[in-house]
Design a protein around this ligand. Structure first.
Ligand SMILES: [Ca+2]
Ligand SMILES: [Ca+2]
Ligand SMILES: [Ca+2]
Length: 182
């Protein structure tokens, strides 16, 4: 019985820390419907690391929710024997970003400014699956068409863009300070 209580406490802590630390993929995650949920990204921002394995015919999907408008960065890292690619997809299936090699070597990297609050998905697959045309066609990575086999990590960074009301408050604070100095 004590063991059960400890386990629940540990699980609760892990859930709390989800959007901000480390996540290791759980198969099967080859579709948006079976994407691994990596959490809610909220103020003031943060970073987390995803890790996984890609082998022939495999694609890994991750889902996340932005609580506010945010600016995001995704940088993949893996050995020189691999060639990976990434997509960012909105909840309705609209492919809003694709990258193959904008990072170091054959590593994909994506940066998106001022993405609206909502749920989004990240696909990580091997070269030969989808390509840059998927932004127009909305073709989703399905793992088919590649024979890559490598371990990877993806560094995800997110910073929440201040809402107009927050900016207005900061401006008011500046005015108050100015007046007190006169
Ligand atoms: Ca995988
Ligand atoms: Ca997978
Ligand atoms: Ca690549």
């Amino acid at each position: 019985m004590k063991t059960t209580i400890v386990f629940i406490a540990a699980a609760t802590l892990a859930g709390t820390a989800a959007a901000g630390t480390f996540f290791s993929e759980v198969e099967s995650n080859n579709t948006i419907a079976t994407a691994n949920d990596i959490g809610i990204f909220d103020s003031p921002g943060g970073a987390m690391t995803l890790e996984g394995l890609i082998d022939q015919g495999d694609v890994d999907w991750f889902g996340f929710t932005l609580a506010n408008t945010a600016t995001l960065s995704f940088f993949a890292g893996f050995g020189t024997s691999g060639d990976g690619l990434m997509q960012i997809v909105a909840a309705g299936g609209d492919v809003i970003a694709f990258d193959d090699d904008s990072g170091i070597g054959l590593m994909p990297a994506i940066q998106i400014e001022n993405l609206s609050a909502g749920t989004y998905y990240l696909s990580f697959s091997g070269f030969g699956d989808v390509d840059a045309g998927s932004v127009a066609s909305d073709e989703l990575a399905d793992g088919l068409g590649h024979s890559e086999n490598f371990a990877y990590k993806i560094s995800v960074g997110f910073s929440v863009v201040p809402a107009p009301s927050a900016l207005a408050l900061m401006g008011l604070g500046g005015i108050v300070i100015t007046r007190r100095r006169r």
